[in-house]
Write a protein that binds this ligand. Sequence first.
Ligand code: GLC
Length: 554
Amino acid sequence: MTITPWWRDAVVYQIYPRSWADSDGDGIGDLPGITARLPHLAELGVDAVWLSPFYTSPQHDAGYDVADYRDVDPIFGTLDDFDVLAARAHELGLRIVVDIVPNHSSSEHAWFKAALTSPPGSPERARYVFRDGRGASGAEPPNNWVSMFGGPAWTRVTEPDGTPGQWYLHLFDTSQPDFDWSNPQVHDELEDVLRFWLDRGVDGFRIDVAHGLVKADGLPDTDLGLDAANDATALAPMWDQPGVHDIYRRWRRLVDSYARSGEDADRILCAEAWVLPGEALARYVRSDELHQSFNFEHLMTPWLADDQRAAISRSLAQAASVGAPQTWVLSNHDVVRHASRLGFPQQPGLRRMEGIGADDPQPDAALGLRRARAATTVMLALPGSAYLFQGEELGLPEATGLPDDARQDPTFARTNGVSPGRDGCRVPVPWESDAPSFGFGPGERSWLPQPAEFGDLAVDRQRRVPESTLELYTALLDLRRRHRLGRGELTWLDGYPDEVIAFRTTSADGAVTVLANLGAAPVDLPPGATVIASSAPLRPDGALGTDQTVWLLA
Ligand code: GLC
């Protein structure tokens, strides 16, 4: 009997630790809070949990600025708390994936502090990208790169003797200096960090900014800036350089050496790589590299039937070309929640949305939620693995009314408020509608204020309430598992209007027909079909309404 490794069809639930559950009432979520709430995920029916960073960090980028890769930040708990969490998760049948942040450390990392007190050209500086500035006095940055969070990608340091000195590269915040991956010490260190967490029993890693580690030789100027990752025709010197693949081949050998046995054997690596076109992204998941990479092309695809069909077909073909399963994701901690993103008019063309401010055009909340439920009902029938972001199972919208002084994403400050930043999707999860901070924790307040409408969306208002979003997700995950849809094959179905996404997913354990109506006109279901799941109640005449998806046995 051939064994299908768990990750090929796993549903992975992303927990953003500061916003999921707070055990001590300081308004910031923590590891003991997560452990206590894990039964929610077992009941929901996911296979694995991915934890965003909980490592020691000054929290300038919510933990994606790591000061110590081998310890837990006191705001989240201790290493013992992590061990308890991992043990409880495994007891509940949930695997644990943790984040690894290899492109940059925090400026509070011991290595960077040593670099600042060491002279230009020293081995301490050689672990980061330090360069002399341009111009007679070196007062101009070494090149024209800009930070992903706005402003220049370089910051000038003051040398230990008090003179203005070299510049260091940071593709993100000034507090996130980029490592120099041409230095073997950096390889050894990050591999050792992987081993540290593998030894603690983690089942995999999500690799932050996986496409950024290697920079083009000579760090040339570029006109391709922020959106370079979305540019299909030109390679920006900071993204997707060929050398990254050598790193991941080594990492694959490393995690493979930790294999267990049976279906659970593999510890996995999943890339966060904003790389287009999909053929370039597929290179990350060749059989000797990473197991998965996030399919952001699908995430960015508008809710239009032609675009959706094309993105799904392309995604499946690209993954199949290298023998990898495809992944699907609609929301995460960096993009506008899909219940709000889809509440805007949909136009052709890929678009990544990173925040909505109070003065921006606002999404139609009811429309967004209806479409989000329909889109998820499509996604969970697709072959491959799916990633869910905390709170989407409750239909949480983006919090668009956050006051400026509450916003904490560095993007907001570095763009002088031009970009609202990503806080709106990071607001703490509501568990109990009538409790302080909606049951997020014992305290009255949470680190980002929760909108009043979160109360009606709390877990206790939805659990076992027919037609709630939570019950929809639970039912879809159960059916997906029973029919093994993640291991299935997709066939497009003819005979439906263009505005209908119509396919069948067939596995050894079952088959479902999926119909999603993105058009204005109602669509009749095939005669004799049994509806096993529906993103919304059927119309009184039994037809499929606009922005509605059903799963049928037909
Ligand atoms: C990734 C993370 C994002 C973070 C950035 C810098 O894109 O998902 O949240 O800000 O990397 O580490």
